[in-house]
Design a protein around this ligand. Sequence first.
Ligand code: UT7
Length: 347
Amino acid sequence: MPPARAAVLCGLGGWLPSRVVTNEELSRRLDTSDAWIRTRTGITQRYAAGPGEATSDLAVAAGRRALRSAGAPEADAVVVATTTPDRSCPATAPLVADRLGLAGACAFDVGAVCTGFVYGLASAAGLIAAGVAERVLLIGADTYSTIVDPEDRANAIIFGDGAGAVVLRAGSPTEPGAVGHFDLGSDGAGEELIMVAAGGSRRRPAPGPAERPDGYFAMRGKEVYRHAVTRMTASARASLALAGLKTDDIDRLVPHQANARILRSVAQELELPPDRLVSNVATVGNTGAASVPLALADAAARDGLRPGERVLLTAFGGGLTWGSCLLTWPALGPTIHPHDGGGTPAP
Ligand code: UT7
């Protein structure tokens, strides 16, 4: 049974740092090429945080845009989904809340790697359904450039930095913007497929450069690729089944932007016409927990999401984790394109 109080999307914003990293730039310092990257991933460029620029800086900028689009700088809960928090302790969300003038709000981080934003939506829906919050600011933000080894050609070409945010208010499950029909899952047996080995309580930080490579992000790309396709497809189907819908009822599929080939395969498996697939991976790369809200902001700013359209979100990431949910696209205030504004420091 859907909760009496649903979380209703009422604001959206995205932010990208100013530095663009092109395939040509990567090809100059790594054994790779623009042709290889485009063919294998569909990515042409990605963005990188500048020196000293942290995840919270991007999160604050995206959060401010989302609050503006929601018409008021108010929220009584702030949730940040991230794999690259400013520090391992404390969480990044309280700092973000404070910088946005929301000090005192309930604030915590969600760690579900690239599925973090969908898990965050479910957390926000839970806070609202339980009466804990009336208005939640949910931000997906990551700076993978801070954990990917710049010499690791397999990962350096894929990942980019960015942040995307939504505001969710308490409302009715039947109104446009209400998020629901969540399917969330995990498989910890796949922990090693996507991991930063050192730095946590299992392998404790040790000083000295010899330990440094374990502190980098590592991914078993081919296996992850297969899981990404099968898990996102199955999870999307599970959400549809919960809602009693078929693929044909979906106007827009917005998957985690992992790799253009993965997205095409998921759409194919679901027998969804390619023009219903929303993708911005070509211009931003894989931005982790930011990827779904950044794809939403990109599409909304280009009129690629229209009020009344039925939208299916699906994501997959380290853990392993996966998740999907549905909403009918609401009428929102203007969405600034995430690419607009890069070049100025995050406020
Ligand atoms: O966000 C969380 C979820 N993440 C994902 O969904 C990412 C999933 N995985 C992928 O997107 C792909 O597996 C990659 C893009 C990471 C790799 O593409 P692939 O088509 O699976 O390539 P591969 O790993 O099978 O490598 C094929 C070849 C290898 O050479 P050999 O062993 O065949 O001689 C690699 O060493 O390509 C080589 N290679 C590269 N060559 C040029 C790997 N990276 C590069 C590179 N440039 N950047």
